[in-house]
Design a protein around this ligand. Structure first.
Ligand SMILES: CC(C)(COP(=O)(O)OP(=O)(O)OC[C@H]1O[C@@H](n2cnc3c(N)ncnc32)[C@H](O)[C@@H]1OP(=O)(O)O)[C@@H](O)C(=O)NCCC(=O)NCCS
Length: 205
């Protein structure tokens, strides 16, 4: 259920605010999405080409959806990490979201991301995903990251390959925007594989 704007300002007793985190890469700043402008988030997210590639993004995507999503992220979920992606320029323009959370209780962490369409194909997601993968394994003690990509989603598969994920197999996943099951490929990056890739990378630097 969506929260209203007012509800988002109420902090229930059990709520622990998620700790702030910030990562800087060559061109990007990734941080807890607390100060993302609602209008900007809604206008970039309101794109069928994005929603149809994600499991839980509604389409159309309204400012109410943006408010609910931001409010939801400020509640207690110590296992979920959400980052808003910004260009590292004076106004730190917001361009997308990357996150990971357990796909089900006790299950593996699922990496999910989207970038506003005007910013596709500049390598921004690959840059953000590499940094978040490093954060997950090196700062957050994650043991395995998994991700899914619709079989039609060549760009997402490429991002995962560039981050070292390996192909697990075929699966079906539900798309909220399409309201149907869609064929998808599953990928995983285990800690040992990540450490091996890092080691190989450092020995070739
Ligand atoms: C998938 C998505 C995040 C990629 O973002 P991006 O910032 O454009 O990704 P990058 O630029 O870092 O990398 C894209 C790669 O795919 C490649 N690519 C893109 N479209 C391609 C196509 N049609 N055929 C082959 N390669 C393609 C690019 O060339 C690039 O690879 P390269 O660096 O080796 O050249 C973006 O398209 C998006 O938000 N899509 C909708 C949401 C989504 O699919 N999320 C992923 C599901 S979890």
């Amino acid at each position: 259920m969506n929260s209203s704007c007012c509800e988002s300002q109420i902090v229930p007793e059990r709520t622990i605010l998620a700790p702030a985190h910030e990562i800087r890469t060559g061109r990007l700043v990734l941080k807890s999405p607390v100060n993302v402008e609602i209008k900007r988030l809604a206008s970039l997210a309101n794109n069928r080409a994005i929603a149809e590639n994600l499991s839980t993004m509604p389409h159309p995507y309204t400012e109410q959806d943006a408010m609910s999503w931001l409010a939801d992220g400020s509640k207690a979920d110590k296992d979920e990490k959400r980052f808003s992606i910004h260009l590292d320029i004076p106004d730190e323009i917001f361009i997308g979201i990357i996150s990971y959370r357990p796909s089900k209780e006790g299950g593996p962490f699922e990496l999910v991301y989207w970038i506003g369409e005007p910013y596709w194909d500049y390598g921004y997601t690959s840059e953000a995903a590499r940094a978040v993968v490093d954060f997950a394994f090196e700062e957050d003690g994650v043991g395995i990251l998994e991700a899914g990509a619709r079989i039609t989603n060549v760009a997402s598969r490429r991002v995962l390959e560039k981050c070292g994920f390996e192909y697990l197999g075929f699966a079906k996943c539900h798309s909220l925007a399409l309201d149907e099951e869609v064929p998808a490929d599953r990928f995983a990056l285990t800690r040992p594989r990540y450490m091996g890739l890092k080691w190989r990378q450092s020995t070739h630097d």
